[in-house]
Design a protein around this ligand. Sequence first.
Ligand code: NAI
Ligand code: MG
Length: 354
Amino acid sequence: MKIAVLPGDGIGTEIIAEAVKVLKALDLKFEMETAPVGGAAYEAAGHPLPESTLKLAKEADAILFGAVGDWKYDKLERALRPEQAILGLRKHLGLFANFRPAICYEQLTHASSLKPELVSGLDILIVRELTGDIYFGQPRGKRTATDGAFPGAEEAFDTMRYTRPEIERIAHVAFQAARKRNKKVTSVDKANVLETFQFWKDIVTEVGQQYPDVKLDHMYVDNAAMQLVKAPKSFDVIVTGNMFGDILSDEASMLTGSIGMLPSASLNSKNQGLYEPSHGSAPDIAGQGVANPLATILSAAMMLRFSLNQEAAAQRIEAAVQKVLAQGLRTPDIHSAGTTKVGTAQMGDAVVKA
Ligand code: NAI
Ligand code: MG
């Protein structure tokens, strides 16, 4: 089992250290190799995703990724910015299916930004398409407007696009995931306004006919944003495009108490995967030893489950995380009265012990 470990920038190095600690505590044999990515790689090799890092990622069975980015790179041309590393990995490895479970652990019901009764027992899964949509669509760029309200003015533009096979494959992933859960898929679109998402809605409906045991409904993204805070437990699996999924999954993270709790898996058609917390490099708290490592540790559990075929080990990690929460240990992002405030490394140590 070969794991490419890519810590990246900011809190990336701190949280990855804890996830590696937890993996090493399992009685399993891994080959782990670390490589620079993002701003760290730009500093070391002049590129956010150097050839050697990409090669390691391609050869590995799974990639454990921290986070990339820092405000100090905001002035760099887009192709050299740290964030291009994660976009490049998704594209080069064809990691089109992003799984973001939003689970509200019983012990964190009160850390949620919603009333406890709305989130108690919450367990939803957002399936986000990850390699298409407006994030990758060409053409894009800057030009002079020839029509619209201000012809002759400087303008910027991006292109929202999806091909039929891209929509079909992510729809299958969502229906198959729902089959293993509560058999309900909500497809989120903006079909009332966007051609791309009318196409999306039609194709998801077609694919859904192959899954008569799964209930499918459709929701406009603005309504979905509202329902997520009004009645989040009414969802089971949400499937949506790259941009809507990006936004809705950050919204969903708040229901669980903290973005520091949310793991993610990004898979290709060979079940090779990249595993990372849903959050970014958090430059505002980097280097202070206070970042919550649980999203990354839970991402390592997803890695064991999906890419390394180690379900029992995945469950051991998830149970250990619940145990440390039950013990009352909290990093500052989820800390509240009556619990014990701990740092990043202490939290990792506690999970190892549990
Ligand atoms: P962010 O997710 O890094 O931080 C948002 C807020 O959540 C901050 O206040 C931060 O302190 C807090 N936070 C995040 N993770 C936390 C954790 N584990 N424990 C405790 N608090 C945590 O998003 P932001 O600030 O918008 O972006 C910062 C940088 O990260 C940017 O350069 C951005 O492009 C990059 N980014 C990278 C991603 C990736 O590598 N996949 C994903 C999202 C953002
Ligand atoms: Mg995001």
